[in-house]
Design a protein around this ligand. Structure first.
Ligand SMILES: Cc1cc2nc3c(=O)[nH]c(=O)nc-3n(C[C@H](O)[C@H](O)[C@H](O)COP(=O)(O)OP(=O)(O)OC[C@H]3O[C@@H](n4cnc5c(N)ncnc54)[C@H](O)[C@@H]3O)c2cc1C
Length: 151
């Protein structure tokens, strides 16, 4: 039975896992958390319109039962040996594969615009959404306390 290892439990990784679960392969999905966050909605808690608890769903609930879920941090890929190393709470684990799907996410682009990377807030995950909310709250409190200086 071919082994498909999918790295990342975001939209890409979960979509592949759901489709591949119908195949004759043994499918394993690796993600650093046991939940999938709803990335396209992250702007809502960032502006206080929804709570953070609405922003994630357990991966086990969205993955077909046949998909093996491994919680771990991907540390390296050995293409020659066809093996992925992950760091788990139980220690390092090597996962052999026949087919590897890399769906570990994306990086924000700053297009070499001076000052952008230092001063812009990015919205990528639950933590960055929280950070954005904190910054907005701090700015509103500062304005409330001292409107003349904040303007
Ligand atoms: C506010 C907002 C609105 C958006 N709206 C739209 C839209 O309307 N339409 C649209 O097409 N796109 C939209 N996008 C973009 C879309 O959300 C992303 O393109 C999509 O989430 C990317 O999915 P992904 O699976 O590639 O990556 P991610 O969703 O980032 O998933 C990557 C996964 O890999 C895991 N991971 C990363 N590194 C490791 C590691 N070393 N070890 C283990 N696990 C790891 C992460 O925990 C994560 O679960 C929006 C994005 C945002 C922020």
């Amino acid at each position: 039975m071919p082994r498909i290892v999918i790295l990342g439990g975001g939209y890409a990784g979960v979509s592949v896992a759901v489709r591949m679960a119908r195949s004759a392969a043994k499918v394993t999905l690796v993600n650093k958390h046991l939940y999938h966050h709803l990335t396209t909605l992250l702007h809502q808690p960032a502006v206080g319109r929804r709570g953070y608890t609405d922003m994630s769903v357990p991966l086990r609930d969205v993955l077909p039962d046949s998909v093996d879920l491994q919680r771990g941090w991907v540390t390296s890929i050995d293409r020659e040996r066809k093996s992925v190393s992950i760091r788990t709470r139980r220690g390092p684990v090597a996962l052999p594969y026949d087919i590897l799907v890399i769906a570990l996410g994306w990086e924000p682009q700053f297009y070499n615009i001076p000052g952008l990377s230092e001063h812009a807030l990015t919205l990528q995950n639950l933590n960055s959404s929280r950070l954005t909310k904190d910054r907005i709250d701090e700015a509103l409190i500062a304005f409330d306390e001292n409107p003349a200086e904040t303007c």
